[in-house]
Ligand binder design. Sequence first.
Ligand SMILES: [Mg+2]
Length: 241
Amino acid sequence: MSIQMVGFDADDTLWKSQDYFDAAQAEFESIIGQYIDLSVAGVQDHLLQVEKQNIAVFGYGAKGMMLSMMESAIEMTEGRITSSDIRRILDLGKGVLQHPVELLPGIEEAVDEVSRYFPIVLITKGDLFHQEAKVKATPLSKRFKRIEIVSEKDPQTYRRLFGEFAVAPSEFMMIGNSLKSDIEPILAIGGWGVHVPYHTTWAHETVDGIDESLLSNFRTATNASEIPRKVRELADLARPS
Ligand SMILES: [Mg+2]
């Protein structure tokens, strides 16, 4: 057994993403604040609940967020929100969808370095159209053998992809910012993971920590430039002795 392929997450691993969602949500709160007392309203909690319920309907991404904001705004203002404020919410969503791609510092070099030793693939969830546009906008995308935009990152999805890639889970390493989506499901099926934490994480993606029995297949890189070294460390462990 040795590592045959390395996967990269996209949002907040290759490029900025959550910052734009956070900014849109702060702006959303100020719109709602014109109607209700923010100190008692729990706007972000309400929005998160609506978003979670809507994942099954809209999937992940900025369009789902925008529609959930509208739904949440109508509920929280008991229908008093004006059409011009609904328009502002629409524009917040469009702003996230149309934001230029900003690669994270050091990630181009890290992707280059890792791709020298292993075939690399990109695995991301989120809005298909938005993700395709971002992939197209960056020169990095040419380095990846496959680009997979999936609706959920769970063990079943990864198993299906490994079947298509013709690799065993124990031959695959995933690099990403989300313990919940990029690391836990991979470790759970016997793969390897390098977590690269980002300074902000969507509340839906947070987990308490990694199960201790799985830690041997797991490393943390504090920034992109540490990724190649952590990948090599794990690849050495994966090699038959
Ligand atoms: Mg991510």
